[in-house]
Design a binder for this molecule. Structure first.
Ligand SMILES: Nc1ncnc2c1ncn2[C@@H]1O[C@H](COP(=O)(O)OP(=O)(O)OP(=O)(O)O)[C@@H](O)[C@H]1O
Length: 620
């Protein structure tokens, strides 16, 4: 009877860690309306640099196992990053290759390619056949190769070889092998046999056009190549090796993809599963996690077999050079860096001799090597070079939007806490300061509510309504004045980022109490009187009590566990996870309206969420 045999002697510890390669796709001028040039470039076969968003005179350098520059061919990517792990699957071990990165950065190009430039998938399958052919001769084993092909779309597992099938279940057998009952498994005898099944199945994959990519993959596609080898001699040992070739859907920022409706829903599922993947990678790398959160998404559940343990994994992080992708690139590099903690100081900052603009025009300036190390001509020299090094760069016009800055700050904090031990002390100090500020804020609120209570007791002998006030009372300004110092205190952060905050306060100050919801109105225009009534309820509440409730909700959003988040009104499991994901990626919510940035949170939902939670916090 067939039995899984662990190949202890064949296991090579060195290669069992996640090997991280980064591939930079060529610069595309059509993606660069402002003609700003690239913001990232290669230095050599392992190093790259990206402009520092804080100061365009500086770059941030990263070190990876491999860096594939813009001119790298499909063949080179395959030979250096993928081919070395393939022999393992002939010995009953698992291997996987992931293409990760923002939408439009070249994942599908890398994995699939096109007839002129075939990608990793066709090359790997061909190589597996070659390896088997070479082995079959005199080693005493018979080999059989099979394939399955599926996509995870909106958290559903769909069989691409049998497109009419429904969402398939994922199961685990007693040996901890992940199985998908009902998934088509087809034996293939040659590469052309594979092609015959694979090409039409690929057309079944869900793709659609977004603002950033005309043919964007809306699902994670997983091709499984299974090699079973059976010993001819008497014990007839059988070993099964699996190769997962994964083209992940791109991480997406929906403000830029312009996604709405169904695209937005897809995007929510994509971002959620990528977030879980990130958590799994974190746990595997930390080596201390009690529970690796494989079960939190279908993607990670399915790859459980192959991620960690004895799997030989390669992650190819695809990035794009244009400024419009800056945040995504920075984010993807961070993910790639934390996917292997042996990264050499990715946050070392060096001042380069020439202003950053020279990275411009990679295509014309780069030599055949594509690493882009030669000096570049200056452009836009009239741009004032001297800047306050703590201020966001003038080159970041497109990023000067407050929310993007907030995200960059949050991301930077994350990266610092991950990788630079020297900064841990600093972060601890900041955490301590924050704690003290928080305590002061609590005290302040306590005093305020006491004072309010006293004035109410003194002022209204017979009039009741401790919570509802006269709508004519011009209390909102007072309320916001009271909020202001709190806000200012709350944003004490490393690296003097607090100077970015006043803009946000302004946004809050501008909200009028009754006809507020400016943001929500932008998303969904009010649809009549009912909506006006909807939005007026806050005006009937006492501003300080209202503010207290808002603060309470904000606190849960920022510090609440999954369970606590689910304790909020109108927040279910999925939304709570999305909030956690957002927090992980962007740091804290500076104001409640930031919730609108979470996937699926429309203006209407936000209004209703606020009403339900404020009233609930007041015990209404
Ligand atoms: N190395 C490359 N050389 C030439 N063209 C490339 C390269 N990488 C990507 N492209 C082109 O860039 C465009 C976007 O690439 P691709 O569709 O592979 O991105 P993606 O990361 O898979 O996006 P999504 O996540 O939206 O599916 C395509 O037109 C592709 O041909």
């Amino acid at each position: 009877m067939a039995q899984r045999v662990s190949a202890a002697d064949g296991g090579n510890k060195k290669t069992s860690r996640v090997r991280v390669a980064v591939r930079l796709r060529p610069y595309m001028s059509k993606q660069d309306e402002k003609d700003e040039g690239p913001c990232v470039r290669g230095l050599d076969s392992q190093n790259l640099e990206i402009i520092n968003w804080r100061n365009a005179m500086e770059t941030v350098k990263y070190h990876f196992d491999v860096f594939h520059g813009e001119q790298t061919t499909q063949q080179e990517v395959f030979l250096s990053s993928v081919k070395p792990i393939l022999p393992h699957i002939l010995n009953g071990q698992n291997a996987s290759v992931f293409a990760y990165g923002p939408t439009g950065a070249g994942k599908t190009h890398t994995m699939l390619g096109n007839p002129q430039q075939p990608g990793v998938i066709p090359r790997a399958v061909r190589e597996v056949f070659n390896l088997v052919k070479a082995k079959e001769e005199g080693e005493g084993w018979d080999y059989s190769i099979g394939m399955s092909y599926l996509e995870i779309y909106n958290e559903k597992v769909l069989d691409l070889l049998s497109p009419s099938s429904q969402d398939l279940p994922i199961r685990e057998d007693k040996d901890k092998n992940i199985l998908i009952p009902g998934l088509t498994h087809t034996t293939i005898s040659s590469f052309s046999d594979f092609d015959k099944h694979f090409v039409p199945a690929s057309l079944n994959r869900t793709t659609a056009s977004t603002k950033l990519n005309q043919r964007s993959s809306r699902s994670h596609a997983i091709l499984l190549i299974k090699v079973v080898r059976t010993q001819r001699a008497i014990s007839h040992r059988q070993q099964t090796g699996k190769l997962y070739l994964v083209d992940l859907a791109g991480s997406e920022d929906n403000r830029r993809t312009g996604n709405q409706g169904i695209r937005l829903k897809e995007s929510g599922a994509i971002n959620l599963s990528l977030f879980t993947l990130s958590k799994v990678v974190d746990s595997l790398n930390s080596g201390t996690a009690i529970r690796v959160p494989y079960r939190d998404s279908k993607l990670t559940r399915l790859l459980q077999d192959s991620l960690g343990g004895s799997a030989h994994s390669v992650m190819i992080t695809n990035i794009a050079p244009e400024y419009i992708y800056y945040f995504d690139t920075f984010s993807a590099l961070n993910f790639a860096a934390k996917s292997k903690l042996i990264v050499n100081k990715p946050f070392t900052r060096e001042t380069v001799a020439v202003p950053v603009v020279p990275v411009k025009r990679a295509r014309e300036d780069h030599g055949a090597g594509g690493s882009g190390v030669e000096p570049h001509k200056k452009k836009k020299e009239d741009k004032k070079p001297e800047q306050d090094s703590s201020a966001p760069s003038a080159h970041f016009h497109s990023l000067s939007e407050q929310s993007v800055m907030d995200r960059l700050i949050a991301l930077e904090k994350l990266m610092m806490s991950c990788q630079d031990k020297d900064r841990l002390g600093m972060l601890k100090d900041v955490a301590q300061s924050r704690k003290e500020i928080q305590e002061l804020k609590e005290k302040q609120r306590e005093f305020e509510s006491k004072a309010l209570l006293l004035s109410q007791l003194a002022g209204e002998k017979s009039k009741q309504e401790p919570l509802f006030k006269n709508s004519a009372a011009p209390l909102q300004r007072k309320q916001l004045n009271a909020t202001k110092p709190n806000k200012q205190q709350a944003v004490v952060q490393p690296l003097q980022v607090s100077q970015l905050q006043p803009l946000e306060q302004l946004a809050i100050v501008k909200q009028s109490v009754c006809v507020k919801k400016k943001l929500s109105d932008q998303v969904e225009p009010p649809d009549g009187k009912e909506n006006i009534m909807e939005n007026c309820w806050e005006s009937q509440l006492d501003t300080s009590v209202l503010e207290q409730s808002r603060q309470k909700i904000l606190q849960v959003l920022n510090t609440g566990s999954l369970k606590e988040l689910k304790g909020l009104q109108q927040i279910g499991d999925k939304k709570a996870k999305l909030i956690l994901g957002w927090r992980e990626l962007h740091g804290h919510f500076t104001k409640l309206e930031d919730l609108l940035k979470v996937e699926g949170m429309t203006g209407k939902r936000f209004s209703s969420f606020m009403k339900a939670n404020i009233l609930s916090a007041m015990g209404k």
